[in-house]
Design a protein around this ligand. Structure first.
Ligand code: EPZ
Length: 419
């Protein structure tokens, strides 16, 4: 097991390059299984979740080759298995995309019940309801979920909750179905649009991604020999924007999409930060004096739950009292216990946390409880007085590529060492 040793009191200054989006990559890689051909994906983040999904695709018979650090070529012509290894699929969340992709291509699939970060209950009832409406039989037993159908037929599906995973999974399952599928009350995150753009590039007919209703006209096949570049990571971009604000720094964040950051930018401006838009890069600077604010997490274009812990770090040193209301996940304030060890004054109860800003945080031994909590605690260590040791950094490696190198280039003294 590895840990980070972080020397704090750092004002982050310089440039950082954003990687491809994790949550797009972990959906687009399974989507390549729908194609009876070769697909080249560029701007693929080199992170552990992506490496696991590549291993799973290989275990199903697809040929997966990294041609450079960020380019993956998948040849799905050799797909010969629809039952994914349980020990690999049950470890992480995005394995549920194999359900939609393999059901769509082969009419048969079995995976381990998806695991992932412990953020409270993570049901997949909306995925299952959608597959059943397309004509599939779905069974969940003994830690596995299987689905099969002789034929999938387009249907109208209304989602009871706005779900990223269910929206993408039903897109995957319906692109090759017979007839038209209409998905109502869908998620609109940038990675939803990216998955639809990818599938349209390879021959699908998906309309409306990025709005509340997506219409998919089934096609008979998707074609190979296409190259697609994955969208920049909205959450990594936001993590560095918040790090600039919290450290009183000045960071030029390159290879990102300004429009995806509207809800965060609005909050950073309210909190006293400055933002400049250069098209595909954003500069965030701050004097270090942070005004308090209130935040409620919501589906896109609302404030992303995946940036809530990082924002909690900035609010813990704001000049006054702030409230965060987490409306997506039941259990996403575990990181506040670690911030309290650093001197933060936070009262978290249920889905609400009250932050009474303190002058500064103090370095401490810190334990990441999930991916975004880990990123938040890394930022906390960077701005705190003294040295912090951050444990469980395998969570961070799931979603951030070379994170310590990126922060080192911005002036952080940070080492990755074996525990
Ligand atoms: C995706 O998870 C992301 N993961 C999460 O990011 C992110 O926090 C989440 O979307 C919300 O933006 C991936 O893309 C791999 P949901 P997902 O289905 O798809 C409820 C990260 O750090 N719900 O949009 O699992 C659910 O309980 C991770 O990168 C149902 O009730 O989230 C939650 O309250 C953590 N029934 C809400 O909907 C369902 O069938 C949103 O969940 C599905 C979801």
């Amino acid at each position: 097991m590895e840990k980070f040793i972080i020397h704090g009191n750092t004002r982050l200054v310089g440039e950082v390059e954003i990687s491809g989006a994790k949550n797009a990559a972990v959906a687009i890689l399974p989507a390549t299984l729908l194609i009876d051909g070769i697909t080249t994906l560029e701007n693929v983040p080199n992170i552990s979740d992506v490496k696991i999904i590549c291993k799973i695709l290989s275990s199903l018979g697809a040929s997966v080759t990294w041609t450079n650090e960020h380019t993956v070529v998948v040849d799905s012509r050799s797909l010969n298995c629809t039952h994914a290894p349980l020990e690999m699929t049950s470890k992480f969340r995005a394995s549920y995309y194999l359900l939609g992709a393999l059901l769509g291509r082969c009419g048969d699939v079995e995976v381990g019940l998806p695991g992932g970060c412990n953020l409270g209950a993570r049901p997949i009832d909306q995925h299952i309801k959608g597959f059943e409406l397309l004509g599939a039989k779905v069974d969940c037993e003994q830690g596995r979920i299987s689905a099969n159908a002789k034929k999938l037929t387009g249907s109208t599906i209304y989602f009871d909750v706005v779900s990223v995973g269910a929206t993408i999974n039903l897109i995957l399952a319906s692109v090759l179905a017979e007839g038209t599928t209409v998905l109502n009350n869908v998620a609109k995150e940038p990675h939803i649009v990216d998955v639809a753009n990818f599938l349209n590039t390879v021959g699908a007919d998906i309309r409306g991604a990025g709005t509340d209703i997506i219409k998919i006209n089934g096609v008979s096949k998707l074609t190979g020999n296409h190259t697609y570049s994955i969208v920049p990571d909205q959450i990594e971009t936001g993590t560095f924007m918040i790090a600039a604000l919290a450290s009183g720094g000045d960071i030029l964040i390159k290879n990102c999409i300004y429009e995806h950051m509207d809800s965060l930018s609005a909050k950073i401006l309210e909190m006293g930060g400055k933002i400049e838009n250069f098209g595909d890069s954003i500069r965030v600077s701050s004097s270090g004096k942070i005004h308090p604010t209130n935040i409620k997490t919501l589906p896109y274009p609302g404030f992303p739950t995946d940036l809530q812990p990082q924002m909690g770090v900035a609010l813990s040193i704001a000049n006054g009292t702030s409230i965060i209301n987490e409306s997506i996940w039941d259990s996403r304030f575990q990181y506040t216990n670690e911030l309290i060890k650093m001197g933060a004054k936070i009262t978290a109860q249920g889905k609400t946390a009250v932050f009474e800003g303190v002058d500064h945080l103090i370095g401490a031994p810190l334990y990441a409880t999930d991916l975004r909590a880990g990123a938040a605690l890394l930022v906390a260590g960077i701005i705190a007085d003294g040295v912090s040791e951050l444990y469980n950094i395998h969570f961070i490696d799931r979603g951030y590529e070379h994170i310590e190198e990126k922060f080192r280039k911005l002036g952080t003294k940070i080492e990755r060492v074996n525990e």
